[in-house]
Structure formats: C-alpha cells, structure tokens
Design a binder for this molecule. Structure first.
Ligand SMILES: Nc1ncnc2c1ncn2[C@@H]1O[C@H](COP(=O)(O)OP(=O)(O)OP(=O)(O)O)[C@@H](O)[C@H]1O
Length: 347
C-alpha cells in the first residue's frame, strides 16, 4: 500500500545542508500497522511527511496505492492526498470551528453536498465515540477528545492510509492507551493501513505489526514486532526494547550497593535474555552444578514470536570463583550479563 524507494531528503545546500533522510526503502502492506521509531532528530517527521509529499523528497519514489506521488503535478496532489489521512501530535484543529465543522472541512473542500456532509460527519463522530460533542468547540475538549476529532477529520475522505505523526506524544498514559485502541479498532474495522512515527517503543509494542528503526536518517533495522523484540541486533533497538521493560533495583538494595567487590560481598547482576539465549534451564544449572544460589530481585520476561526475552535482576551467592564461573557460563549461553554492583553478604 505504501512503498518508499531510495528516499533521500536534504534540507538546504552546501556545507550547511542537513541530510535528514538517507536512502530509505520501506514497504507497508495493505491493512498493516507499521511503526517507525527513532530518537529526536533521527528524521522520522521528515520521512512521514514525504509519504504525503508535505515534504518533497530530494530523490526517490513514493508509491501509495500504486501511484507514484513524486510524478504528480502540484494540481494533482490534493486528489492523491485524499487517499492519505494524517494526524499530528498537537491535533491541528481549527479553534474557531465546532467539532462538526472541523470534521466537515475536508468534505466541504471536496464539494460534497450539505446533506451528505451531515450524514458522513455523524457517522464519523460515532466511529470515534464523540456523537454527543458535535457542537462543542475544540478548546472545551480534552487532549484525547481533540485527537478523536482529528482522527474523524482525517478519515472523512475515506483514505486507505492513515499517517500518525507522534499522535499520542502529548497525551497521558491512559488517554494514549484509548487512542491506540481506537487506531487498532479502525485498522481492523476499515482495513486501514497505518504508518506511525514515535519515539516510544511502548506504542509500537501496543499496536504495530512491523517496526523500523531509524537513526541519523538511515533505516538501521526492521522486522515483525514479535520477531524484533526477541531478535533485534542493534544497540539502539535493544535500548528501545529495554525502555518498555520495567526493571528497577529495589531501594533497599540500591542503598547498600557498592561499585567494588570485597571478600564479604555478593554481585547483583542484570541478566538479559534475547532470541539468541540458549533455551535450557540455565538458572537451575548454575545453582545445581556450580553451587551458586540465585535470588531473583525482579524480572520482566515476555514471550513474543515463540521466544522468551526480557531481563532479570538477581543476587548471586557463592564464592568469588563460583560466581565468576556462573557468570561465564551464562555468557557462553548467550545471556547478556551486567554486574550492577555488590552488596554485603547477609549475616
Ligand atoms: N525544515 C527544515 N529545515 C532544515 N532542517 C530541518 C527541517 N526540518 C527538519 N530538519 C532537520 O532534519 C533532521 C531530522 O529532523 P526530523 O524533524 O525529521 O526528526 P525527528 O526524528 O522527527 O525528530 P523529533 O522526534 O525531535 O521531531 C534534524 O537534524 C532537523 O534539524
């Protein structure tokens, strides 16, 4: 449904030029939800704005529903854009228009009759759960309600594609959850293809089928979300993944933690399990065969794509030689091992 071929975008010329998007190739199949994640300045907004030609790529092709938008003349673009809805972080509603009139705007611009607009707008407001707010002005709505209006407006011309530019970044976690549920619902009900950009892996984890990571304008990793969580290779991807995993050292341990070992101390370790981790009972094995007791302080493990991944914080008890042997054994079996510090042995 969306195919980006060798997209480059440069802002400016000469030594001051910014090469914001570099040779990106990306495909989104019909009915799929694709998330593009990256840090601030990575080029996410530039990339998504190339999809509806709000930014003209410096080179490359943008195919949406088999139409190459880069070949269109300026006067042909508005019609092509009707197939591509877009929502934004700050909603971009017109404050002087009611909810009804905001949603009606694209239909008025398309020359639809008043009676048809009325029917369509009511249908859309029902779809986003705002039937009772038709005559309200945007400044009397919550952030989540404003985004619902923006979604209804974006869907008014019945687009096949919805672009979401950090659509939940200005919302609190509960509202984010309800907007993401709505997007998933619309994806299922309408077969809507969604391309979203975000800096939050939690968003990707909640609703996306596929994810791509961009860094410094380049697409560095891409895959099905379930596969990706278990197999991502780049450090950046792994950092995004760990950001969705809630693992903190309990405060009473944190207070006793020292950086250097002593004869009387035990290591506190963070163990990372990924798709590469050998699937055998490694913790039991180090306990039984290497005589190291493992106290689990906290753990966040998940299954995706048939593979377990996640992290565990644990205290290892044994002699220094035994704990070293245990950590080496875990590393050999592809567990990422990080010693966070040492606490005094229990009395
Ligand atoms: N209109 C512009 N003119 C010049 N440079 C720009 C313009 N828009 C973006 N850039 C530059 O392009 C690079 C990518 O910016 P972009 O906004 O696409 O990144 P982003 O990943 O969306 O970041 P954020 O999450 O902070 O919005 C940045 O270095 C930015 O400064």
């Amino acid at each position: 449904m969306i195919k980006l071929i060798n997209i480059n975008k440069r802002y400016g010329d000469g030594p001051q030029a910014v090469h914001a998007v570099r040779n990106i190739n990306l495909s989104v199949s019909p009915g799929q939800i694709m998330g593009v994640i990256g840090e601030s300045g990575a080029g996410k907004s530039t990339l998504i704005r190339c999809v509806n030609m709000l930014e003209q790529p410096t080179s490359g092709q943008v195919l949406v529903d088999n139409q190459d938008l880069t070949l269109l003349k300026a006067n042909q673009l508005p019609a092509a854009r009707r197939n591509i809805g877009m929502i934004f972080q700050h909603f971009n509603l017109l404050s002087s228009r009611t909810v009804f009139a905001n949603v009606a705007l694209p239909l008025e611009l398309a020359g639809m009759s008043k009676a048809a607009i009325k029917n369509r707008v009511h249908e859309l407001l029902e779809l986003v759960g705002l039937s009772n707010r038709a005559h309200t002005y945007p400044n009397a709505l919550s952030g989540g309600q404003k985004q619902r209006v923006a979604i209804a407006r974006a869907l008014a011309p019945k687009p096949k594609v919805l672009l979401c530019d950090e659509a939940t970044s200005a919302l609190d976690p509960n509202t984010t959850h309800s907007i993401l549920n709505l997007l998933k619902d619309l994806n299922r009900k309408l077969g809507l293809t969604i391309l979203l950009i975000t800096h939050e892996m939690q968003v990707v984890k909640s609703i996306c089928d596929r994810v791509a990571i961009i860094s410094d304008g380049e697409l560095i990793e891409e895959g099905e979300v379930a596969w990706f969580f278990a197999n991502a290779k780049t450090k950046l991807a792994q950092r995004f993944i760990s950001s969705t995993i809630n693992l903190a050292i309990p405060p009473e341990y944190q207070a006793r933690l020292s950086a250097e070992p002593s004869a009387e101390s035990l290591p506190i370790v963070r163990l990372g399990f990924s798709g590469d981790t050998v699937d055998s009972p490694l913790i039991s094995i180090i306990s039984r065969e290497l005589n190291v007791d493992v106290s689990i302080l906290s753990a966040d493990m998940e299954y995706a794509g048939g593979v377990k991944f996640g992290f565990m914080l644990a205290e290892l008890e044994g002699s220094q030689a035994q704990t070293q042997a245990a950590l080496a054994y875990l590393q050999e079996h592809k567990i990422q091992v990080e010693v966070l510090g040492y606490v005094r042995r229990h009395d």
